[in-house]
Design a protein around this ligand. Structure first.
Ligand SMILES: Cc1cc2nc3c(=O)[nH]c(=O)nc-3n(C[C@H](O)[C@H](O)[C@H](O)COP(=O)(O)O)c2cc1C
Ligand SMILES: [Mn+2]
Length: 466
């Protein structure tokens, strides 16, 4: 799969994508169809007939494990953990992109007065949103001015004017770190926003890949072949050759626009009103003929964004833990109900005293976990982290609050509705040891059935009338 068109063509054949030919309004109607369809775990939807526009919108690309597996080129019955594990294994051997000279994303090049984002169908998602959002399932490409490291990050973009879209680079995100460097130099930051391309690139935009590593190189690693890129028209950045829509431009660190609010993946609005944020001043738009805009719904879990993050956050946590070469790691689950980011359950085979503490503190020190992971639960290897009733059993009979730790300082997301809106930068973290301590000489003795008696009573089952 090299682009969104492959996803649609191949996905349609196997029932993962459906075309909607009836006319749909991009103001609320489109997002509401997508959201309700996602709640039913329905197919990805290609809206071909959008009121007032000629080009299409696709939503719900990542809503199910099956589609995530399809995007990753894995067997369609793979579990999320199978995908985490493939990611952790393949993601180690980075494959940088290949430069090409010609590309479909250059079929149309709009400069000067021709730059007009209102020509494209941009959904308005929820009633109280500050406006239509151009960038939901998109990503923004930036380059570190010191090292040349190229970053792909999904940061929402409100449509402000025909040539201006918003940004929300949360503090410490890679584009924010880079923007501060441009600011110190007194320069503007060149950027490109990409909507519609190989869905794996969008998932990577939403992944907590470590700093100094390019998401392009990880995409190459996961695909087993390099991503094709081409130079921007007005920015010196690598653009995915098969992208549907590209907005090139720059962010002036000193210029602001009132942005938001936006109904977020937490199921709540991001704030109470608007906030001044930096924005992208477009210098060029390039697009394929009949470009496919890619959008995603947020709102109450579990729908498209939550499944995207259950993979992008869960897989990067698992990969980063594995990179630390901690012995005994067995499995991991970052529930989509928490968008794969607020809660993680990790199973280990304990090998030495203090092993559980090592894993608990390691999890919150990874690039992924250091950002907003609030609760980590470690269970023994006989408890599958995906088996929530067994996790409840471990939390009831093995967890001891005396052995858990509460860490009161850690980087938070400003979107966490459990913190007051005015103080969301720092979170507490709860590290729960739900294991039987390794060092205990007298461990609780599990009750086992007598195997001979089990055999005997089973043979009497019908006699017993059962
Ligand atoms: C649909 C969607 C919207 C997102 N919006 C934002 C956003 O507005 N700001 C932000 O900082 N992160 C946002 N994220 C999370 C980032 O994509 C994620 O933290 C990613 O790691 C950022 O890239 P980076 O690690 O290279 O900074 C969003 C994720 C998704 C899936
Ligand atoms: Mn990054």
């Amino acid at each position: 799969m090299k682009d969104m068109r492959d996803f649609i063509e191949e996905g349609e054949k196997i029932g993962l994508v459906k075309r909607i030919t009836a006319e749909v309004d991009p103001y609320l109607e489109l997002s509401h169809i997508a959201k309700l369809n996602e709640e039913e775990r329905g197919p990805a939807l290609l809206f071909e007939n959008i009121k007032g526009y000629s080009s299409p919108v696709i939503t719900s690309v990542c809503t199910t494990e099956e589609r995530l597996a399809f995007i990753m080129g894995q067997s369609r019955d793979s579990s999320l953990f199978d995908l985490y594990d493939i990611w952790a294994k393949r993601g180690e051997t980075l494959i940088p992109p290949t430069w090409v000279d010609e590309a479909p994303c250059k079929e149309n090049i709009l400069l000067g007065d021709d730059i007009d984002l209102y020509k494209f169908p941009i959904p308005h998602y929820y009633p109280l949103d500050g406006g239509p959002y151009y960038g939901t399932a998109h990503f923004i490409i930036t380059k570190d001015p010191d090292s040349g490291w190229v970053n792909l990050g999904t940061y929402r973009s409100q449509l402000f004017e025909k040539d201006k879209i918003g940004t929300q680079f949360i503090k410490g995100k890679h584009a924010d770190i880079m923007l501060k460097k441009y600011q110190e130099r007194g320069e503007k930051m060149p950027v490109a926003s990409i909507s519609g391309c190989d869905p794996l690139l969008f998932i990577l935009g939403a992944s907590r890949v470590s700093a100094f590593v390019s998401e392009y190189d990880v995409a190459g690693a996961l695909r087993g072949e390099p991503v094709n890129v081409i130079k921007g028209e007005t920015v010196d950045l690598p653009i995915p050759a098969e992208a549907e829509m590209v907005v090139e431009g720059y962010v002036d660190p000193e210029a602001f626009y009132e942005e938001g609010p936006f109904g977020e993946y937490t199921g709540y609005y991001s704030g109470v009103g608007t906030d001044p944020r930096n924005f992208i001043q477009a210098t060029c738009i390039t697009h394929r003929n009949n470009p496919i805009h890619h959008g995603t719904t947020v709102g109450r879990a579990v729908t498209d964004t939550h499944m995207t993050m259950a993979l992008s956050y869960g897989a990067t946590l698992w990969q980063q833990l594995n990179t630390m070469k901690i012995p005994g790691l067995q499995s991991c689950y970052c529930p989509p109900e928490g968008s794969g980011r607020f809660l993680a359950i990790i199973s280990i085979k304990q090998m030495y005293p203090g092993h559980v503490d090592q894993v608990l503190t390691a999890a919150i020190s990874t690039e992924m976990g250091a950002y907003g992971l609030k609760t980590v639960i470690v269970v023994d290897e006989d408890v599958d982290p995906w088996d929530i009733p067994r996790v409840m059993y471990a939390l009831s009979f093995r967890f001891q609050p005396n052995r858990s730790q509460v860490i009161k300082r850690g980087r938070s997301t400003p979107l966490d509705p459990s913190l007051p809106i005015s103080a969301r930068e720092i979170t507490g973290r709860l590290l729960m040891d739900a294991t039987i301590p390794y060092e205990w000489k007298n461990k609780p003795i599990p009750i086992e059935l007598d195997p001979d008696v089990v055999e005997r009573v089973k043979s009497r089952w019908s006699e017993l009338g059962l």
